[in-house]
Design a protein. Structure first.
Length: 643
């Protein structure tokens, strides 16, 4: 196992860790959390042997193969799939030795070929191709040179190399930053099957929940371990913080605001899955407010100066590049209060639609109406790149409002983490997260009535994401959101639209339904609707059935779906048992003495059983959903047949 003992770590004058200890057991999956700059990446560098501890010790078994994601590309002309395979240096070394061993050394060649087989050489191309497909590379791109890809796609290639390479310890530092939602879901599933020890740095709460069973938090220069996933960590920490009476008064204003919003939202929420998901997410935010009470980030969107209705209306609209149509027959009406999340595979056209709404692309055909008074706030990566690198955060806001006082701007920037002298420092040396916060501050200051957010959480840590989440709850304008952060999507969006096969259509379901659709390759809404329409047309010409025949058919139908209902009941029983088991594990893990040295084996056993139960619960939930959908589909088909 990995053992940190009385470890101290310092970068320059800043103390990151001070005499802290931590044990990481084999095959455990752990998320390292903490604000930007606390030392997470430095801890990774220590685990890779790139840094030395200033005091104490860091032990990793010498036999362990440690793999991380490279930050640079070492061969721009290599074909993508060969570049990914190059990551398995052991295999490449064996291949090289075979190529350089004379034919007369038959015994040595036989040994090398046996080693090559043991290294998985004979299926490595198919495994590499599968990883590339999962990360969003189409088949025709597997043999393109690395130089053909943008920086974000090159980082995906480096991630693919790390996943393909055999490892005992896998270190992933913000692996979802350059991924879209589909690739994130695929990566989750891959990591759930990973057999080694995983240490993950991420600010994506749902991604953490899906992949780890332990949280290690940077707190006051110590590493504090919490059992369970990120949601469990929040609950444990919220319980602890809520006991502190001094914090109670501080959180009341924010709590009351969120409570009133939840009450209003519940009053108008339908029984649609996405509406119910959002209610649950908002209630969770309300429960966990104490965890984020101490955050330095706090801002809100002021009311827009104008709120025309509708803001944008379109009918039978086409959009694309030049004469190439990417999206066709779009019908979308954006009004104040619209909260739309865009779903769809990579390259389906989500960003194209956002660029149309932002005015960066003109419609090719169809009706497209912009209301007078429309004021668009657009957040995308190229906005970060367009900042004046030599200017300060204070200058960027002063440039928007010449009448504002310096103190009022400083107060405003403080809500985004730019305190004191940091508001007067140039942008150039800032981190990606700091630049993203500045773009967000500029956006908020301009009081837009339509927010277009294209992957706004890239480089933002958990506390900034939470602040953005809270701010969006009371925003009065319309929101269109593209994000791989499902926590944000669920909390913010009332409706989801699927961008697929050149169409933009309402998605009938929540993010769990989308995950299932993506993993199973289900038909998109448009195709499903066309199939249903065709079926309806076929049955429309049929004659009405007499009462006797109708009763016979109903009895036969009930008998036909009996196995599905039994499957549904069995799944419900299993889910109930697994949830009881998980509650028992959480109760056991809440006991302080379980973390004593003499109980290490017991702790390991409980964590292992908890992880197994979570995995089993996810499988059973999918079985339940499939059975429920099969019953619903059968009922609809029978209804059409019998009318």
């Amino acid at each position: 196992m990995i053992k940190l003992q009385q470890l101290s770590l310092q970068r320059g004058p800043k103390v990151l860790l001070d005499k802290t200890s931590l044990d990481i057991y084999p095959q455990h999956k752990i998320a390292i959390i903490g604000p930007n700059g606390c030392g997470k990446s430095s801890l990774f560098a220590l685990l890779q042997g790139q840094l030395q501890a200033d005091d104490g010790s860091c032990f990793i078994p010498k036999s362990w193969r440690v793999v991380s994601v490279a930050q640079q590309i070492d061969n721009m002309q290599r074909e993508a799939i060969e570049y990914v395979i190059d990551g398995d240096t052991t295999l490449r070394q064996i291949e090289s030795e075979i190529a350089n061993t004379p034919a007369e050394h038959g015994k040595r060649l036989a040994e090398l070929h046996d080693s090559l087989e043991q290294a998985g050489a004979y299926d490595i191309k198919s495994r590499a191709g599968s990883i590339l497909n999962g990360l969003g590379f189409t088949q025709d791109k597997h043999y393109s040179p690395v130089s053909d890809f943008s920086g974000g796609w090159q980082m995906r290639l480096n991630l693919a190399r790390a996943l393909l390479c055999p490892s005992d310890l896998l270190l992933l530092d913000e692996p979802t930053n350059h991924l879209d939602l589909d690739a994130v879901i695929w990566l989750e599933n891959w990591l759930q099957q990973y057999k080694g020890t995983l240490i993950l740095i991420s600010h994506d709460q749902m991604f953490i929940d899906s992949t780890v069973s332990q949280i290690v938090s940077f707190e006051q220069q110590k590493l504090v371990s919490y059992s369970g996933d990120y949601s469990s960590y929040e609950k444990q920490k919220a319980m602890r913080l809520s006991l502190a009476a001094s914090e109670y008064e501080k959180q009341q204003k924010k709590r009351q605001h969120l409570e009133s919003f939840i009450t209003r939202f519940k009053a108008k929420a339908s029984k649609a899955k996405q509406a119910q998901s959002r209610v649950k997410q908002l209630e969770k935010m309300q429960e966990l407010l104490p965890v984020h009470q101490a955050s330095e980030f706090s801002f809100s969107f002021p009311p827009p100066d104008k709120l025309p209705n509708p803001l944008i209306g379109m009918e039978k609209t086409q959009v694309g590049y030049g004469d190439t149509v990417i999206l066709d027959d779009i019908a979308l009406n954006l009004v104040p209060g619209s909260r739309i999340g865009l779903l769809g595979r990579n390259g389906a056209g989500k960003s194209t639609l956002v660029k149309l709404l932002a005015g960066e692309l003109a419609p090719i055909a169809g009706d497209y109406h912009l209301s007078q008074g429309l004021d668009v706030g657009y957040f995308a990566q190229h906005q970060v790149d367009s900042l004046d690198m030599q200017a300060t955060p204070l200058w960027h806001i002063q440039n928007l409002d010449k009448q504002a006082t310096e103190q009022s701007i400083r107060d405003f920037l403080g809500g985004f983490g730019f305190h004191g002298d940091s508001a007067l420092e140039p942008v150039a040396p800032m981190s990606g997260g700091e630049k993203a916060r500045l773009v967000l501050a500029i956006l908020v200051y301009q009081k837009p009535n339509l927010l277009l957010l294209d992957e706004p959480t890239n480089h933002l840590d958990i506390e900034v994401r939470q602040a953005l989440n809270y701010a969006l709850q009371s925003y009065q304008g319309a929101i269109v959101l593209v994000s791989h952060d499902r926590f944000l999507l669920e909390a913010v969006c009332d409706d989801f639209y699927l961008v697929d096969a050149g169409k933009v259509e309402p998605f009938d379901g929540d993010l769990q339904d989308y995950r299932k659709w993506m993993l199973q390759g289900a038909k998109p809404n448009a195709q499903r609707d066309r199939n249903q329409q065709a079926s309806a047309q076929e049955t429309a010409t049929k004659q009405p059935l007499d009462r006797k025949t109708q009763k016979r058919m109903e009895a036969e139908f009930r008998q036909s779906i009996k196995p599905l209902k039994q499957q549904l009941q069995q799944a419900e029983t299993q889910m109930e048992k697994l949830n009881i088991s998980l509650s028992q594990f959480e109760a056991a893990l809440a006991e302080a003495d379980i973390y004593a040295a003499e109980n290490k084996d017991k702790l390991k056993d409980i964590l292992g059983q908890q992880a197994e139960s979570k995995a089993a619960l996810e499988i059973v939930e999918l079985e339940w959903m499939q059975a429920a959908e099969d019953i619903e589909a059968a009922e609809q088909a029978f209804k059409q047949q019998s009318t």
